[in-house]
Design a binder for this molecule. Sequence first.
Ligand SMILES: [Zn+2]
Length: 75
Amino acid sequence: MNRTDLSKSPYERLAGALAEWPALLRRLRAQHPPTGICPACTTPGGRNVVEAPCAPRSLADRAGVIQRAGLISVA
Ligand SMILES: [Zn+2]
């Protein structure tokens, strides 16, 4: 995937760019679990609880699909 491909949505372009950063992708997945309450997105003691998959996790998962599909080349 060419991340400057303007025919893709901004979300898809962002996911494509993230797919090129495996270390960042791993960190996002480690900090934002796929199930339960996301500890990274929920403010401790706050009223609002963010349930997984949160927005960063969803983006990381989409980037992982792009990465595995070989739509981008990872050096
Ligand atoms: Zn999160």
